[in-house]
Design a protein around this ligand. Structure first.
Ligand code: M6R
Length: 618
């Protein structure tokens, strides 16, 4: 996730900007940069790689100045590189911008600016902000004390998506401007100096008095004061807040663990995944447009989809199997990558291979992908990591845009992988004519609702905490479900076992009586995931089977659903959605359940024993 820092005062800015960026390193990044202003000259230095590379370079080439902005970038548009790193400057080289978030309408804005002769240097969405600032500053603002603020107000009014911005301009050596929407930005207050940061840890060595910017607010930082504005340019008065977090809890945004923080980031992450890919008409989600990939007729004409992945990503692939069959009427095989690489699989040039990997570096997934490629298959990667090996070697790449995932147990990476899989299945369904216009629109509307429905589930966290407190000591937990619910069961069981070390397994509910039911007794908890409405009677029979053998049963189903009242010991309700989309919601309470079981057992959910975040060796 990108990080922003800013300093204006009476000391050298560069060492402070770098030190503040260092405090944001834990968030993950691929490049870093700073811009400072000295004697009316704007200097920018930015490099791919760790902050230490930039710091080493700057130890010999001094960047003077007592104000500036800094950035660590985590690529979303354009590969990690020197040129794509922030800060970005306008055509005149007099305005520099750092940005966190995603500008969803950057392509349209870029077109607007290119028609006016602007030449772009990078592949980023951010560069449009620098050029737009210049456009409004030179053409419409006409100079003056507030011209940079006016230009910023006009610029942000044109931006769709999410942003926090830090802006410096050589015409204004007395100020830094900050602005935010859907991405955090904080002003740190000092004496004769002030700070800007995207996250509290960057500020704690300098000040504990902060002003949090609210949605669509702007801040102008001078050396001796800070002025806040709303998006109409009206002044706002806000009392500073005193931060009493220690550094470690500040890194986790106040959450006890990264895993919990990442579970809570899912609504935002899913909005980012949808972003510009979901086009609206008359205020409603109406179509899918992947700006980064073109699925031409040859992809739509594929006879078969083969999905290869490991662990959680494999479970996203199982959802994919059901989704591609359901929406695009495509035959799908989903393979564990470590198996695929040693099979003697049939590879057809007409097949679509979808490799799913958060890191894009999992050894088995890469090996399976290379094998499919060698056999003539076309590879579409779904990954969270721009510039990863998978993204470089695949033919097409769809990024999940979840932001860095630090906890070993995957949460937001999974739900955003699901979102990508659904978008692909729906788009292929449209192209193949297997999805009626009405069905397509209804499903897109339901998809657009998912982020706020996830938020509603997260707001009921305490109920899951209590459910876990009552059951964390169970000897075995079995997750059962049918169709899409079976895929959710697989991921739920993995989540619980990897962090709580409780024996947990997933079964297709209909398989119970073919063997697994022999394990069920009074010490067993069965979690029945029940969102496939036409199969409610079937899952109720399965619940009766396990309950009559003494198992306690927790049912995950839709709010207001009464079908399970008589058979469940407890019901966990999720908002209603289309049955085919339910994994996007049903997994969320079960992530929380797994998390709280682990905490109850005294485990550190962020560092489960024997596991690594990225399995880059076999
Ligand atoms: O980076 P990848 O998505 O390729 O990683 C695959 C698995 O190693 C990963 O999903 C693993 O199963 C997670 N720790 C599960 O939470």
């Amino acid at each position: 996730m990108c990080g922003i820092t800013g300093y204006i005062g009476y000391k050298e800015a560069t060492p402070r900007l770098l030190a503040m960026l260092k405090k944001l390193e834990y968030r993950g990044y691929d490049s870093a940069g700073v811009a400072t202003l000295c004697d009316g000259v704007l200097a920018v230095r930015k490099m791919k790689g760790p902050l230490s590379t930039l710091a080493n370079a700057l130890s010999t080439e001094r960047m003077a100045g007592t104000l500036g902005v800094g950035h660590t970038r985590w690529a979303t548009h354009g590969e990690p590189s020197d040129v794509n790193a922030h800060p970005h400057t306008d055509v005149s080289g007099r305005i520099a911008v750092v940005h966190n978030g995603i500008i969803e309408n950057y392509a349209a804005l870029k077109g607007f600016l290119q028609e006016r002769g602007v030449a772009f240097r990078s592949d980023t969405d951010t560069e449009v902000v620098a050029h737009l600032l210049n456009y409004y500053y030179t053409r419409e603002s006409g100079g003056g004390h507030n011209a940079l603020l006016d230009a910023t107000l006009k610029t942000v009014s044109k931006l769709e998506g999410s942003y926090s911005l830090g802006i410096v301009a050589s015409d204004y050596p007395d100020r830094i401007i900050g602005a935010r929407k859907d991405s955090p930005l904080i002003v740190g207050l000092g004496v004769g100096e002030n700070y800007l940061a995207s996250d509290v840890p960057a500020l704690l060595s300098y000040t504990r008095d902060v002003c949090y910017l609210n949605e669509r607010e702007l801040a102008v930082l001078y050396r001796d004061r800070v002025a806040l504005y709303n998006d109409s340019g009206e002044r706002i008065v806000r009392q500073p807040t005193r931060v009493d977090w220690d550094v470690e809890s500040a890194e986790k945004g106040g959450y006890a663990h990264f895993m919990l923080k990442e579970i809570h980031e899912q609504d935002k992450a899913l909005s980012n995944t949808l972003g510009s890919r979901l086009r609206h008409s008359a205020g409603e989600a109406a179509s899918i447009d992947f700006d980064e990939i073109r699925l031409d007729a040859s992809w739509a004409a594929a006879k078969r989809v083969v999905i290869i992945a490991c662990g959680t990503a494999y479970h996203a692939g199982v959802v994919g199997k059901y989704a591609f069959e359901h929406f695009a009427r495509l035959a799908v095989e989903v393979d564990i990558a470590s198996e695929y690489r040693y099979r003697n699989p049939l590879i057809d040039g007409g097949d679509i291979f979808i490799a799913i990997s958060q890191s894009g570096e999992t050894a088995d997934t890469l090996a399976a992908m290379r094998q499919a490629k060698k056999g003539g298959g076309r590879i579409l990667a779904i990954t969270n990591t721009v510039g990863s090996t998978l993204s470089r070697e695949a033919d097409l790449v769809l990024y999940t845009r979840a932001g860095p995932e630090i906890a070993v147990a995957s949460t937001k990476a999974f739900t955003t992988q699901l979102m990508c899989v659904y978008l692909l299945a729906l788009r292929l369904g449209e192209l193949r004519g297997t999805l009626s216009a009405d069905d397509g629109k209804d499903t897109l509307r339901a998809l657009a609702n998912i982020p706020q429905q996830v938020r509603r589930i997260l707001d009921k966290e305490t109920a899951l905490q209590k459910a876990a407190a009552r059951r964390f000591s169970k000897r075995s937990v079995f997750f059962i479900g049918r169709l899409f619910d079976y895929a959710t069961a697989l991921e739920s069981a993995l989540k619980l076992k990897e962090i709580s070390y409780t024996h947990s397994e997933a079964f297709a509910a209909g398989e119970l009586k073919h063997g697994a039911i022999a394990l069920v007794d009074k010490a067993t908890l069965v979690v029945a995931i029940a969102t496939q409405r036409p199969l409610f009677d079937k899952i109720i029979s399965n619940i009766r089977e396990v309950a009559s053998r003494g198992a306690e049963v927790l049912v995950v189903t839709y709010e207001g659903e009464r079908a399970f009242d008589a058979v469940a010991n407890e019901i966990v309700a999720i908002p209603e959605t289309r049955d085919a989309l339910s994994p996007l919601l049903a997994i969320v309470p079960l992530q929380l359940f797994a998390y709280y079981c682990a905490v109850q057992k005294g485990n550190d959910p962020d560092k489960p024993r024997n596991l690594a975040k990225s399995v880059t060796v076999e």
